[in-house]
Write a protein that binds this ligand. Structure first.
Ligand code: NAP
Length: 268
């Protein structure tokens, strides 16, 4: 059996943190990377980060769909392969042309370098409501967002982490894109009703203001709102069997996520 050192880029984030915990629970050697030790914007930090690792999970920040991200991720993958990484799992998003370009670039780099690859192409995370930019406003009882009456198959980041961990450990099929969603479509208003908060649809400009007010820098806020507006036009309003194909069980539903939030509140 090959002994692996798993590098988790974005290891303090919503998905990376869960993957680090899972790998540690399996007794695997794992290294978490984020700032200041690893910075996407400072290439001098890349080689010390990838050196010695044999697999890598890559969650690009701020977002894989942002301009320039695909090329940057491909450059990192090339460096990682040169330094001994043999398997790369990339986190991607559904319905995002730039992210799909990053997926193709990763597959090309991996194929040309003779290493294994996989992509986890994910739906909108449930945990955006509890750990992301929207957690603060939801805690205050409402969500202001751009989505109209469109269905989204919200995905539990725990399911994503289970899938990615299986891929890193070589326990799920490599060399392909795994498109993962939750079990059913909900509108944002329906999802917020389940959490028990109000939903208010706002314009893109209003949401940019909200996000910058919450501390996000201008380019990230603009880029994210543009992305949300694009991917919530109905193109992602379908479910996939990606989670059950890898894990042999159904993905968790939104009600279970909401129960988990209530349990956390009760324990606090
Ligand atoms: N949210 C969704 O619904 C969704 C759906 C599909 C795909 N995605 C993809 O998910 C990715 C983000 O993954 P995530 O949600 O797990 O992460 P996250 O919760 O947004 O956390 C970001 C992670 O990256 C690190 N980070 C931030 N800026 C960095 C930088 N300049 N250099 C190095 N590390 C940096 C953060 O740590 P520090 O701040 O400490 O550096 C943290 O570990 C994006 O590429 C997005 O396209 C998201």
């Amino acid at each position: 059996m090959t002994s692996h050192t798993h590098l988790v880029i974005g290891g303090t984030g919503k998905t990376g943190g869960r993957i680090v915990s899972r790998l540690q629970a399996r007794g695997a050697a794992v290294r978490s990377a984020s700032r200041p030790g690893f910075d996407w914007g400072d290439r001098s930090t890349w080689l010390p980060t990838v050196r010695g690792a044999t697999t890598a999970y890559v969650a690009y920040a701020t977002d894989l769909a942002f301009p320039g991200a695909p090329g940057t991720v491909a450059d990192l993958a090339r460096l990682a392969a040169d330094s001994g990484v043999r398997r790369i799992v990339l986190l991607s998003g559904r319905g995002e042309p730039e992210a799909q370009r990053a997926e193709r670039l990763l597959a090309d780099v991996a194929t040309s370098q003779g290493i294994e690859w996989a992509v986890v192409r994910a739906a909108f995370f449930m945990q955006n409501f509890s750990e992301g930019f929207f957690a603060g406003s939801i805690a205050e009882g409402r969500l202001r967002f751009v989505a109209a009456d469109v269905g989204e198959p919200f995905l539990d980041a725990d399911d994503l982490a289970d899938v990615a961990t299986a891929l890193l450990l070589g326990e799920a099929p490599l060399g392909r894109v795994h498109e993962v969603t939750g079990p059913r479509l909900l509108t944002f208003a329906e999802a917020m009703a389940q959490i028990g908060v109000d939903y208010e649809q706002v314009t893109a400009a209003q949401l940019v203001d909200d996000l910058t007010g919450a501390g996000l820098d201008d380019p990230s806020a603009l880029g994210l709102v543009e992305l949300f507006t694009a991917v919530l036009d109905g193109r992602n309003a379908s479910t996939t069997d990606g989670v059950s194909r890898v894990l042999g069980r159904a993905p968790r539903g939104f009600a279970a996520f909401v129960e988990g939030l209530a349990d956390q509140d009760g324990a606090a």
